[in-house]
Design a protein around this ligand. Structure first.
Ligand SMILES: Nc1nc2c(ncn2[C@@H]2O[C@H](COP(=O)(O)OP(=O)(O)OP(=O)(O)O)[C@@H](O)[C@H]2O)c(=O)[nH]1
Ligand SMILES: [Zn+2]
Length: 371
């Protein structure tokens, strides 16, 4: 993707996050959207009265099923993450918001069914809008109106939308972007005195990824490496809900004890759904869902990560053959697909504590982790 397009996407994402409107253009039809968790009620009302037709709530098919709008859908059915559109009968009647509530709280199925009309599959521009919301760490639930391609009704000018080409959000184009190595410093760690941090900045202006270079890993040799997705709760606070803190410190210690290695600290909090949504997923887990179903309920995939930036960083550091510390076979496959040879998978498991046994067994049972 060109730098101008990356910049444009970032602008659209920021606008949606700030409660503003985005118009996504496609050759079928355009769609004008607002995020109901961010946009002011008067803006939502202005959007809903823009054309003669009602505005739609765009949500995942699974969320629609959980909200009682369509028949239940099997947890492993891939159609669950497809976006659907449900007409909002009256934007001023807050019942429709129950289907856009992260927790799907209350016993609002009847109210939801009354507040929302007959569901239909979302078009391409709407699917792109949902991808934009996900990129921005928002709940994938949007209020939208469909417009004929290339037209913007007079009333829409007041909403002052950022206009983007929906095709920019096609999968594969959004993620990697090229990375620029921007800063480097020596940072002695308690567990690894000889340590350097190298920061990489994505072209789209997204958050930076870090390489934690422990010791002196030899370029060309199959070095020890770990892909570690950011976990504020586990890495920083020592949360017992997951195993991230131990895995991070454990990797650094293992590398320091064996001559060196590289931990890639990836800005992919919550397996790519962001911290806010991870906290929402935790709240759903406290109601009995497992980590996979919690993500799916929010309208996210079980794992939204793209490991291309990791492969790119390894290549930039001169390491194309690695021994990967992981229990996750998907990381081995993803690196292989992006030109990094994983010559060995090194198991990286830690004993369960009193809080994360269920989390770990779900990883093994539903995400194929070798635990
Ligand atoms: N959505 C979600 N993310 C979680 C949850 N618990 C931990 N995470 C995130 O999961 C990620 C953990 O990733 P990693 O440890 O890199 O990877 P992994 O897929 O578990 O694979 P390993 O290499 O075997 O550790 C971090 O971004 C955490 O924030 C959860 O319950 N829900
Ligand atoms: Zn964690």
């Amino acid at each position: 993707m060109s730098e101008a397009n990356e910049r444009h996407l970032q602008r659209a994402q920021a606008e949606l996050r700030a409660g503003g409107a985005v118009l996504l253009r496609d050759d079928q039809n355009d769609v004008l959207v607002l995020s109901p968790e961010r946009a002011a009620p008067d803006r939502l009302a202005a959007l809903a009265t823009l054309t003669g037709a009602p505005a739609d709530l765009l949500i995942s098919r699974r969320r629609a099923a959980l909200a009682g709008l369509v028949a239940p859908i099997d947890p492993d059915d891939p159609r669950g993450v497809e976006p659907v559109a449900a007409p909002i009968r009256d934007i001023h009647d807050p019942s429709w918001r129950l289907a856009a509530d992260p927790m799907l709280s209350g016993d609002g199925a009847a109210a939801r069914a009354h507040a929302l009309g007959r569901l239909r599959p979302a078009g391409r521009a709407s699917a792109a809008a949902i991808a934009l919301a996900k990129r921005g760490g928002l709940l994938p639930a949007l209020v939208a109106v469909e417009l004929p391609a290339g037209q913007l009704p007079g009333g829409a000018t007041a909403l002052d939308p950022v206009i983007i080409d929906a095709r920019l959000l096609k999968e594969g184009q959004i993620a990697a972007g090229h990375l620029t190595r921007v800063a480097e410093a020596r940072v002695p760690l308690a567990d690894a005195e000889n340590c350097r941090l190298i920061a990489f900045r994505p072209a789209d202006g997204g958050p930076e990824h870090l390489a934690i270079v422990v010791g002196e890993p030899e370029p060309g040799a199959p070095i020890l490496a770990r892909l570690h997705s950011e976990c504020f709760t586990g890495d920083l606070l020592g949360s017992l809900r997951c195993d991230c803190g131990e895995q991070l410190k454990g990797a650094i210690r293992t590398m320091a004890a064996s001559g060196g290695g590289v931990v890639l600290y990836l800005a992919q909090e919550g397996r790519g759904i962001g911290l806010i949504n991870k906290l929402r997923a935790y709240a759903l887990q406290d109601r009995g869902l497992d980590t996979v179903d919690a993500n799916l309920t929010l309208g996210y995939e079980a794992d939204e990560r793209d490991f291309r930036p990791a492969a790119e960083m390894l290549r930039a550091l001169g390491h194309t053959r690695i021994r990967l510390l992981t229990n996750n076979p998907a990381k081995v496959v993803a690196l292989g697909a992006h030109g990094i040879e994983v010559v060995e998978r090194v198991p990286h498991a830690f004993p369960a504590n009193g809080h994360n046994a269920g989390y770990l067994s779900t990883k093994a049972r539903r995400a194929g982790h070798m635990l």
